[in-house]
Design a protein around this ligand. Structure first.
Ligand code: PGA
Length: 252
């Protein structure tokens, strides 16, 4: 089954409103003719409204980099799914390794955030991935499997229509060391088997699994050719319109 690729840019904590608007205005014409790939940009919260406005009527969707599990409340510094939907934002990244590493994100909080995102109608990009130590110890599948089971706990098969999994080996994020296509494909195939065991073959065959970790224009095509790689979650290279556009086009 051929899945529609989804290429998402994770802008992390880069770009002011003015810079974000300029970046997306540069990107729009470069990808305007792309019809067969879902294109998403995920700027900081402060940029979301401006980027939604700048991308109106285009083929670029907008996502947040996080979303809280509660509808509202005393959660200083957090943003709810309803707040995102009102802008309106369509996607949210959940459980990025930087959230796990620096902000005490756990599989439980990933699961809580995911349920709130889905209830509000957001499409979620749920991130999983092992550290270098874990890979060296041969624990990649145990770690990724545990993150998947915990992160997706309590979901019904129908919920998976709005879930994208991003496999992002921590050792490949921001390091310039991309997983080889074979390394990535192995873990993607494992993830799909795990989804099949949990939700059935149909859901597993339909779920998109992105690769993330130092995806650059020259690496993208070979990664995206792998049978179980259905897109990319792109950090550094998404901050340059030409590079991100080249990665999107590698998915066409
Ligand atoms: P990178 O980041 O492309 O800069 O490695 C990927 C990510 O963190 O999503």
């Amino acid at each position: 089954m051929k899945r529609r690729p989804c290429i998402a840019g994770n802008w992390k904590m880069y770009k002011t409103v003015a810079e974000a608007t300029a970046l997306v205005n540069d990107l729009k014409p470069l990808v305007a003719d792309v019809r067969t790939v879902d294109i998403v940009v995920c700027p900081p919260f402060t940029d979301l409204a401006a980027v939604v406005k700048a991308t109106a009527g285009s083929n670029i969707a907008v996502g947040a980099q996080n979303v809280h599990w509660a509808a509202s409340g005393a959660f200083t510094g957090e943003v709810s799914a309803a707040m995102l939907r009102e802008i309106p934002v369509a996607y949210a990244i959940i459980g990025h390794s930087e959230r796990r590493q620096y902000f005490a994100e756990t599989d439980q909080t990933v699961n809580d955030r995911l349920k709130a995102a889905l209830a509000a109608g957001l499409t979620a990009i749920v991130c999983v991935g092992e550290t270098l130590d874990q890979r060296t110890q041969g624990a990649t599948e145990t770690v990724v499997g545990t993150q998947l089971d915990g992160g997706l706990a309590g979901l019904a098969a129908a919920d998976m229509a709005k879930v994208i999994i991003a496999y992002e080996p921590v050792w490949a994020i921001g390091t310039g060391v991309t997983a080889t296509p074979a390394q990535a494909q192995d873990v993607h195939a494992f993830i799909r088997r795990r989804l099949a065991a949990r939700f059935g073959e149909g859901v597993a065959a339909a779920t998109r699994i992105q690769y993330g970790g130092s995806v650059k224009p020259d690496k993208a095509a070979e990664l995206l050719r792998q049978p179980d790689i259905d897109g990319a979650l792109v950090g550094g290279a998404s901050l340059k319109a030409a590079d991100f556009a080249a990665i999107v086009k590698a998915g066409v």
